[in-house]
Design a protein around this ligand. Structure first.
Ligand SMILES: *[C@@H]1O[C@H](CO)[C@@H](O)[C@H](O)[C@H]1NC(C)=O
Ligand SMILES: *[C@@H]1O[C@H](CO)[C@@H](O)[C@H](O)[C@H]1NC(C)=O
Ligand SMILES: *[C@@H]1O[C@H](CO)[C@@H](O)[C@H](O)[C@H]1NC(C)=O
Ligand SMILES: *[C@@H]1O[C@H](CO)[C@@H](O)[C@H](O)[C@H]1NC(C)=O
Ligand SMILES: *[C@@H]1O[C@H](CO)[C@@H](O)[C@H](O)[C@H]1NC(C)=O
Ligand SMILES: *[C@@H]1O[C@H](CO)[C@@H](O)[C@H](O)[C@H]1NC(C)=O
Ligand SMILES: *[C@@H]1O[C@H](CO)[C@@H](O)[C@H](O)[C@H]1NC(C)=O
Ligand SMILES: [Zn+2]
Length: 321
């Protein structure tokens, strides 16, 4: 019963966020269906003007005082990981959306958290994050996907509504550290990859030693970029409020390597290691990226020195010096 329910959940939820859905076949690894062809394969949205990912140009980021801290519910709960699945184009961990939620940070309401998945390159030889910052691509990007509570946990309902605030995705960069076996949680998580080598394989082995907090260790979650965008896989629906955190999660290189050496893409009668499962950056088309950062502290420190000179002069004259 539980297995059936989970299988059903996986079947219902994962594809809507991370597979082709109604569109024709798309892929990462073949020249005839890689992301350069998605605007033709799935033109309804992939050819839109608010697509993700993007390159974040830090010099053009505008300050936004509404980007306050988030409230993360259930991120410290070790009973929320339902299953880990090879979706054929990523590795997806389904979460118990009755226990996990995100709000605050200028999101318009409460968002129930459905799953997280990752995009990666090819070990240490090439990076695979989707967003880039001033052109810099990180080794891996983690996406935590949540749906507005008005859709009662249904991602497909949010997609059907074509609601630009339907989903909230939190993006975290992962960077390599030379420290061996850094972060026990990433060791545990990546150890499950050998159980899901092929598309469609899944394990419901309970991961009760891991919490979302433990995977996000070391990241200051009050510092992030915000912009309006899309799913990064077909149908590329423009329904995502994006949050991209500035500080990367640090994971040791040997654990990063597990992603590109263990699981296979969905491919007919052959095994192709899942590598470089990311979409290239898309045009900004006038969109503005915002952040907490109040730009240029230099003028204010200049102003401070002017002020202190004035104060000294004022004091001097008051004291008759
Ligand atoms: C994509 O949109 C552009 C205009 O925005 C249009 O010129 C082009 O033909 C479209 N391509 C496809 C495949 O629909
Ligand atoms: C990934 O890297 C390995 C060794 O570093 C190499 O043999 C393989 O061809 C690479 N795969 C791709 C798709 O670039
Ligand atoms: C969500 O549930 C509420 C109450 O149970 C219902 O009124 C509403 O129509 C549901 N919305 C969707 C999108 O299913
Ligand atoms: C989706 O919504 C956007 C505005 O948010 C609109 O421009 C677009 O035409 C809509 N697309 C569809 C297929 O309804
Ligand atoms: C790191 O983990 C591997 C197995 O996952 C183990 O063989 C190795 O001894 C560990 N290294 C350190 C420094 O703990
Ligand atoms: C999971 O959390 C519960 C309650 O906080 C705790 O008692 C339990 O030891 C944890 N399990 C593991 C494997 O860490
Ligand atoms: C893969 O299987 C299909 C039929 O399912 C067949 O037509 C094709 O030739 C096979 N390709 C290879 C490389 O074996
Ligand atoms: Zn993603």
């Amino acid at each position: 019963m539980i297995v059936l329910l989970v299988t059903c959940l996986v079947a219902l939820l994962s594809p809507s966020v991370h597979s082709a859905g109604s569109s024709a076949e798309w892929c990462y690894h073949k020249p005839e269906c890689d992301y350069t062809h998605w605007p033709k394969i799935a033109p309804k949205f992939c050819n839109g003007s608010k697509q993700s990912p993007i390159n974040i140009v830090t010099a053009n980021v505008q300050g936004n005082s509404k980007l306050t801290s988030f409230t993360f519910t259930g991120f410290d709960d070790n009973s929320t990981f339902i299953s880990i699945t090879n979706s054929g184009d990523s590795v997806v961990v389904s979460l118990d959306d009755e226990k996990v939620a995100v709000q605050g940070g200028d999101l318009p309401g409460v968002y129930n958290t459905k799953q997280f998945h990752l995009h990666w390159g090819n070990g240490s030889s090439s990076s695979g994050s989707e967003h880039t910052v001033d052109g810099k691509q990180y080794p891996i990007e983690l996406h935590i996907v949540s749906v507005h509570s008005k859709y009662n946990g249904s991602v497909s309902a949010a997609l059907a509504a074509n609601d630009s605030t339907g989903l909230a995705v939190l993006g975290f960069f992962i960077e390599a550290t030379s420290e061996q076996n850094k972060t026990k949680s990433w060791d545990i998580l990546t150890s499950f990859l050998t159980s899901i080598p092929n598309s469609g394989s899944t394990t419901t082995d309970i991961m009760d030693q891991i919490t979302l907090d433990s995977l996000l260790e070391g990241v200051d979650r009050t510092k992030y970029y915000r912009y309006q965008g899309s799913l990064t896989t077909p149908d590329c629906n423009e329904v995502v409020i994006w949050t991209v955190f500035k500080q990367p999660i640090k994971v040791s290189q040997n654990l990063i390597n597990r992603f590109s050496t263990t699981t296979n893409f969905k491919a007919a009668n052959t095994s192709v290691l899942m590598t470089n499962n990311f979409r290239g950056v898309q045009p900004l088309n006038g969109r503005v990226v915002t952040s907490q950062v109040v730009k240029s502290t230099a003028p204010s420190s200049a102003a401070t020195s002017v002020l202190s000179i004035i104060t000294v002069l004022l004091l001097s004259s008051l004291c008759g010096m």
